[in-house]
Design a binder for this molecule. Structure first.
Ligand SMILES: Nc1ncnc2c1ncn2[C@@H]1O[C@H](COP(=O)(O)OP(=O)(O)O)[C@@H](O)[C@H]1O
Ligand SMILES: [Mg+2]
Length: 260
């Protein structure tokens, strides 16, 4: 199955939580499906939600200096000069990810952007890898776009099946969603949908629906003690992923239908 999902939204709305739950439940509902979760957060934190041991640090791809030098022909930290703009990256997802329960975690890391239009080796590798993941792999890829969806780039946007904009109930959610929708449209993403998270009541749902009548609402995720408790205990929520609430199961099924 091929399914490419990007999860965006402003800080703290639940992107990382939802990315890990979606990735895990797709892997559980469609046994045998390859699922890759992409951590594009400068402060990587997707591991916890996937149940991946955080005590063994995962080196972000952007910090694999030797590999970057070998593949691009230029030392990271350098700019300009001659290096290839389409380095080999197709082995990176399998070699540098960590797997748990059918979900592979790949941590991208960040690149210090030296002004606009930086074409440093690290940026080149990350861009090539993102393109490869979205365009070339017949797999499920769920991307936690913490650092902003502009990292997706124009080349990949046509192959993103959905940009899921996570919002919490509140008057300000619309402003954040509008910004992300504009960015998404600018790079050419076709399908932009809203997911209401931390919903406590029917009024909360209504608040989101009424303030965003021009958005397709993918669904609502309730405020859950299980998530708050697991955060406190440093464990992953719903260790047995088959026990997730129906709202999450329905969401997973809807998303699977977007795939091909
Ligand atoms: N549905 C939910 N119910 C309860 N707590 C939630 C829920 N979704 C997210 N949280 C909590 O909200 C906080 C922020 O979530 P996180 O996924 O890290 O947001 P983001 O990645 O958007 O910054 C975390 O403490 C998380 O446990
Ligand atoms: Mg996050």
């Amino acid at each position: 199955m091929s399914l490419k999902l990007a999860v965006g939204g402003k800080g703290g709305v639940g992107k990382t939580t939802i990315t890990s739950l979606i990735a895990r439940s797709i892997a559980a509902l469609n046994k045998g499906t390859k699922v890759i979760a992409i951590d594009a957060d400068p402060v990587a934190n997707l591991a916890a939600g996937l149940g991946i041991d955080e005590s063994k640090p995962i080196t972000p791809v952007s910090e694999l200096s030797d590999l970057i030098a070998e593949r691009t022909g230029a030392k990271p930290g350098t700019m300009g000069g001659f290096f290839t703009l389409n380095p080999k990256v197709d082995d990176i997802p399998d070699r540098f990810s960590i797997e748990k329960d059918g979900v592979k975690l790949l941590v991208m890391g960040t690149v210090q952007q030296g002004g606009s239009g930086c074409i440093c080796p690290e940026a080149t590798i990350l861009k090539a890898l993102m393109n490869h993941l979205v365009l070339a792999r017949n797999e499920v890829v769920v991307m936690d776009m913490e650092a902003g969806i502009e990292h997706l780039g124009r080349a990949t946007s046509g192959s993103v099946d959905a940009l899921i904009v996570v919002v919490n109930p509140g008057k300000r959610s619309r402003v954040a969603a509008d910004k992300i929708r504009k960015l998404g449209k600018d790079i050419g993403i076709q399908n932009i949908v809203v997911l209401g998270n931390r919903v406590r009541s029917e009024e909360d749902k209504k608040l989101i629906k009424d303030s965003m009548p021009d958005y397709e609402i993918l669904g609502f995720i309730p405020e859950m003690d299980e998530i708050a408790n697991s955060d406190r205990n440093g464990t992953r929520p719903f260790d047995d992923i088959t026990t997730i609430p129906d709202e999450l199961k329905d969401l997973t099924k809807k998303l699977i239908k977007l795939g091909s």
